[in-house]
Write a protein that binds this ligand. Structure first.
Ligand code: ATP
Ligand code: MG
Length: 659
C-alpha cells in the first residue's frame, strides 16, 4: 500500500481542499500545472475527481493498476479514475444504493476516455455472472459501435462525441454486471449534410468506404473515394492521420457481432442511401418548378431505403398542404427541394442512430432477474460550448450544462449537509452562486425562453426571428441574465448585433444568433420541448442516485502532450464551476477522516496510542490530538470521523510523522 495518506503527493496537493489559499484561482491552477508536469493527471476536490487530458498514453491503466485500487480506501492511494470507480462500486455494494458518475468537460477534455476506463474497470474486476459471462464484453463493445455512428472528427477532437450519453450498468446481488441500458441525447444531425472546414461527417461513412470489401461496396453501388460524395466533402478533410478508418471498420463489425446484432445489412443500406441522397441533384424548370437531374442516385436511394422511387421523387420536389380540409400538392422551389433532401438525410440518419441504440439495449437487457440488484449510471455529456455563431444546438447544450451544474450544487450541498448531520456537527451556511435563476429563465412555464419559443412557432409568419426577439425582450427585459442589443448599454451594445440575444450562463456569456436560431426554431420546436423533458427525466434519474463526479480538463488546443495552456485551463476551471465546488467543500473543514484511519496513521505520534489503542476510537483520537496540541477551533469530532478545519494542522501532523 502507498505510504502517503492523502496530504501531499510528489508535487502539489492531491486534494484541492488541502490548499491553504483555497479561494485563489491562481493557486488552484498552479497545483494542477505542477501535477500535470509530473504526469499526475488526477487530483481530488473532496470526492470529485479532476482529470487533465495527458494526450499521451500513460502506463497507469493496466490490470496491475486495477488491482492496486481494488478495495482500497479512496484517500489512501493517489487519485485515479480507478479509485473513483472502485469507491462508487463499493458504495453501491455496501450501502445498497444506486450510484451515478457524472463526467463533464469541454470537447476533447477526455470524458469518453474516462467513461471507457470506468467500464473497463468494472468489466475486469467485478465477478462475472455465469449466465451472463459476455455481458461485460457487450457493454465494452457498445462503445465502438456508438462511436462509429455518433462520433466525428471536429477541430477540437478527432473523435468527438456528437451526442450525449447516459448509460446504466446493472449489477446483481453478488456484484456481477448483469445488464445495461443506454439513453442518447440530441445527436448533432446537421453534420450528416454539412461539415465545417477541417471537420468530417460521422466516422461510419468513411469506415464503410475504406474498410468494406469490394463486393459489399458493389452491392451498395458505392465508390471507395469519399471525395465522390457531396455529404463527405464539405469539410475538405476525408482522411484522418490519427486513426485508420479501415481498421476501425473491422473493430465495428466485430463489435456488432459480439453484441449479437443481426441487421448489418439494413444499417449499411441506410448509410449508403444517405450518401446517394446527398448526390441527388436538382434542376430548375422554366416556371420555377424543380426536378431531379440525377435519376440514378434517386433510384439507388429509393432501392436501398426500400421505398418507391416515384414517391421519393414526389416527396423531394413537392409539398403537401392542407387548406380548409382539402389536400393540395404544390411544387417546391430549388432551395426548398435542397432542404427537403437534407432534412430527409438528417432524419433518416438520426432515426437509424436511435434504432441502433435500441438494438444495443436489447442485447444489454437483463435476462436473468435477480433480487437486490443495483445500478451505476454513467453520464458522458457535452460540455459548455461557445462558438463564433451559437445556434439552437449550443443553446440546448448549454442549457443542459446549466441543469447539471444546478444538480451538482444541489447534490454537493445536500451530501455535505447530510454528512454534518450524521456526524452530529452543526451545519455552517455556505455562500454560493445558485444558478436556478438561469435554469428558470430558460425553462419556466409561460415565461421561460423555451415556452416563448413554442408560442412563437404556433404563429405563422416570415418574421419569426424578429418577433421572437421582441417577445423575449418584452417578457424578459428586466432579467439580470438576459441581454439584447436594445436592452444593453454602452460597452456591451457595441459588441452585440441586433439579431442576437445574450445569456449570462453560470459559466460565462454566450450570444445566440437569431438568424441561426430561426432556421431551427420551427423545425425543432418539438425538439426543444422534448429535450427539456428528457433533461427533466435525466435529472430525476440522477437525483435518485448517489452521485460522483469526474471533471475533465483539456490542457491545450493543439491536442499535444506536455503542453499546459494556463489561459485555456482557467476558462475551464470557471466553466466547470470548480472554484465554487471547492468553496462549498471547504466551507467548514478541509479534511475529514474516519477515526480508525486517522488513528492508524498517526498513532506513533503519541505514547498512549502507540502501538495500539484499546479503548473507544473517539477517545483514542481525542487523546492523540490533545497530545499533538490541536486547539479547540482547529478540529471537531463527529460520530465516526474527525474534521480538521485547516490544512496546516494536518500538514504539521504529517511533518511530525516524517521527522
Ligand atoms: P467530446 O466532447 O468531443 O466527445 P471528450 O471529452 O469525450 O470530447 P475524448 O474523446 O475522451 O474527449 O478525448 C479526446 C482524446 O484525448 C482521445 O481521443 C485521446 O487521444 C486523448 N485522451 C483523453 N483522455 C486520455 C487519457 N486518460 N490518456 C491518454 N489520452 C487521453
Ligand atoms: Mg466524447
Amino acid at each position: 500500500m502507498e505510504s502517503a495518506l492523502t496530504a501531499r503527493d510528489r508535487v502539489g496537493v492531491q486534494d484541492f481542499v488541502l490548499l491553504e489559499n483555497y479561494n485563489s484561482e491562481a493557486t488552484f491552477i498552479e497545483n494542477l500545472r505542477r501535477r500535470f508536469g509530473e504526469n499526475l493527471i488526477y487530483t481530488y476536490i473532496g470526492s470529485v475527481l479532476v482529470s487533465v487530458n495527458p494526450y499521451k498514453d500513460l502506463e497507469i491503466y493496466s490490470k496491475t493498476q486495477m488491482e492496486r485500487y481494488r478495495g482500497v480506501s479512496f484517500y489512501e492511494i493517489s487519485p485515479h479514475i480507478y479509485a473513483l470507480s472502485d469507491n462508487t462500486y463499493r458504495a453501491m455494494r455496501t450501502e445498497r444504493k444506486d450510484q451515478c458518475i457524472l463526467i463533464s468537460g469541454e470537447s476533447g477534455a477526455g470524458k469518453t476516455e474516462a467513461s471507457k476506463k470506468i467500464l473497463l474497470y468494472y468489466a475486469v474486476t467485478c465477478p462475472t455472472n455465469d449466465h451472463m459471462a459476455t455481458l461485460g464484453e457487450c457493454l465494452l463493445q457498445s462503445n465502438p459501435v456508438l462511436e462509429a455512428f455518433g462520433n466525428a472528427k471536429t477541430l477540437k477532437n478527432d473523435n468527438s462525441s456528437r451526442f450525449g450519453k447516459y448509460m446504466d450498468v446493472q449489477f446483481d446481488f453478488r456484484g456481477a454486471p448483469v445488464g445495461g441500458h443506454i439513453q442518447n441525447f440530441l445527436l448533432e444531425k446537421t453534420r450528416v449534410v454539412h461539415q465545417n472546414q477541417g471537420e468530417r461527417n460521422f466516422h461510419v461513412f468513411y469506415q464503410l468506404l475504406d474498410g468494406g470489401d469490394d463486393d459489399l461496396l458493389k452491392a451498395l453501388d458505392l465508390q471507395r473515394n469519399p471525395q465522390n460524395y457531396n455529404y463527405l466533402v464539405k469539410g475538405n478533410c476525408p482522411r484522418l492521420s490519427s486513426v485508420s478508418d479501415k481498421n476501425n471498420w473491422k473493430v465495428v463489425m466485430k463489435a456488432l457481432s459480439v453484441i449479437g446484432f443481426t441487421e448489418e445489412e439494413r444499417v449499411l443500406n441506410i448509410i449508403a442511401s444517405v450518401l446517394h441522397l446527398g448526390n441527388t441533384q436538382f434542376g430548375e424548370g422554366e416556371e420555377g418548378e424543380t426536378y431531379i437531374t440525377s435519376e440514378t442516385q434517386l433510384n439507388l436511394t429509393a432501392k436501398l431505403l426500400g421505398v418507391d422511387g416515384s414517391a421519393l421523387r414526389e416527396a423531394l420536389t413537392h409539398k403537401k398542404l392542407t387548406a380548409k380540409g382539402e389536400e393540395m400538392i404544390s411544387p417546391l422551389n430549388f432551395e426548398q427541394a435542397v432542404s427537403a433532401r437534407d432534412a430527409l438525410a438528417k432524419s433518416v440518419y438520426g432515426r437509424t442512430f436511435t434504432w441502433l441504440v435500441q438494438k444495443i439495449n436489447q442485447s444489454l437487457t437483463v435476462k436473468v432477474h435477480s433480487k437486490g440488484s443495483s445500478v451505476i449510471g454513467l453520464l458522458d455529456i457535452y460540455g459548455f460550448e461557445v462558438l463564433q455563431h451559437n445556434s439552437f444546438e449550443q443553446f440546448c447544450i448549454n442549457y443542459c450544462n446549466e441543469k447539471l451544474q444546478q444538480l451538482f450544487i444541489e447534490l454537493t450541498l445536500r451530501s455535505e449537509q447530510e454528512e454534518y448531520e450524521t456526524e452530529g456537527i452543526a451545519w455552517e451556511t455556505v455562500q454560493y452562486f445558485d444558478n436556478k435563476i438561469i435554469c428558470d429563465l430558460i425553462e419556466e412555464k409561460h415565461k421561460g425562453i423555451i415556452s416563448i419559443l413554442n408560442e412563437e412557432c404556433l404563429r405563422p409568419g416570415e418574421t419569426c426571428d424578429v418577433s421572437f426577439l421582441e417577445k423575449l425582450e418584452d417578457t424578459l427585459g428586466g432579467h439580470p441574465h438576459f441581454v439584447t442589443h436594445k436592452l444593453a448599454n454602452g460597452k456591451t451594445r457595441r459588441i452585440m448585433s441586433r439579431e442576437e440575444f445574450r445569456l449570462l450562463h453560470y459559466a460565462g456569456e454566450v450570444n445566440y444568433n437569431m438568424t441561426f436560431m430561426n432556421a431551427f426554431i420551427c423545425l425543432k420546436r418539438i425538439a426543444a420541448t422534448q429535450f427539456k423533458n428528457s433533461l427533466m427525466k435525466l435529472k430525476e434519474i440522477l437525483m435518485s442516485k448517489e452521485p460522483s463526479y469526474v471533471r475533465c480538463i483539456k490542457p491545450n488546443d493543439a491536442k499535444q502532450p506536455e503542453r499546459f495552456d494556463e489561459v485555456l485551463v482557467r476558462h475551464q476551471v470557471k466553466y466547470l464551476g470548480l472554484m465554487e465546488n471547492l468553496r462549498v467543500r471547504r466551507a467548514g473543514f478541509a479534511y475529514r477522516r474516519r477515526f480508525e484511519a486517522f488513528l492508524q496513521r498517526y498513532k506513533p505520534l503519541c505514547p498512549e496510542t502507540w502501538p495500539n489503542w484499546h479503548g473507544r476510537l473517539a477517545d483514542g483520537v481525542s487523546t492523540l490530538v490533545n497530545h499533538l496540541g490541536y486547539k479547540e477551533e482547529e478540529y471537531k469530532l463527529g460520530r465516526s470521523k474527525i474534521f480538521i478545519r485547516f490544512p496546516k494542522t494536518l500538514f504539521a501532523t504529517e511533518d511530525a510523522l516524517e521527522a
